[in-house]
Design a protein around this ligand. Sequence first.
Ligand code: CP
Ligand code: NVA
Length: 308
Amino acid sequence: MNHFLDIHTTSADDLHQIIASAKATKQARLGQPKGALDAELPLKDKMVALIFEKPSTRTRVSFDVGVRQMGGQTMVLSGADMQLGHGETIADTARVLSRYVDMIMIRTFEEQTLLEMAEYATVPVINGLTNRTHPCQIMADILTFEEHNGPIKGKKVVWCGDGNNVCASFIHAAGQFGFDFTFAGPEPLDPEMGFIEEARAKGSKIEIVRDAEEAVKGADLVVTDTWVSMHDPQSARERRHNQLRPYRVDRKLMSHANPDALFMHCLPAHRGDEVTNNVMDGPQSVIFDEAENRLHAQKAIMRWCVGV
Ligand code: CP
Ligand code: NVA
């Protein structure tokens, strides 16, 4: 069994295998009703717990549908309703859940919660987002890029905005999938330097550029995300908006990227803040393919977790 905790802690071979498997099983399902079972049922007779300590639309629904298509059953648990939210330790929760279910997906605040869950669970644990990373999202994004524009290896990805959890997983992916990554954002919101150094050590070119138009030149993919993440205090909203406004993705900024560049956003978006409507709904935007691919990528991740 495997835990899927982060992109930089999963081997590059396994990551490539997961993407290939996602492409194949997505293809095999073309034209099937959404509720139809897959031809192969790797989660038959398996129970999967989906724990959410933060809100979610895509992660919740795509994991739920994916487990069912693979023949398993799910339960969606709100962290606040569990004893976990009332003082029971993560270790005890992990050991108890492992007696009932065959896999645990958790969306939480502190990364330590995820790591402790994985340490004490005797079943696979999947990272459904922490304050620090969002690996499932980026696996879906790689799948989406490759479906539209071929191998991501050697391409230039430009992140505009906050150096947040989604940005961190992109930097991890740069190292593992061999693409270049430019961060365009204000210094106080830079991504973690340790992540950048790790990706550089794997041979990827990782740059920090303060001018958004300069950063986007030659981009094959432009990505942004909310300026205020779920774990950020609302009191920081105004300051962040002021810091990040120069990095809003609009048509003018997109015109500096390569003509066939794609635009991605993990969603939910704040239209008019980090990105304009005409980019969100424009011809380079693949935001809804990204959302769909959460389903296909995560099914491949779950299969890898149970070793099927
Ligand atoms: N992109 C993403 O993880 O969306 P949700 O917060 O809706 O799950
Ligand atoms: N950075 C965002 C991603 C939401 C899917 C957050 O953590 O709120």
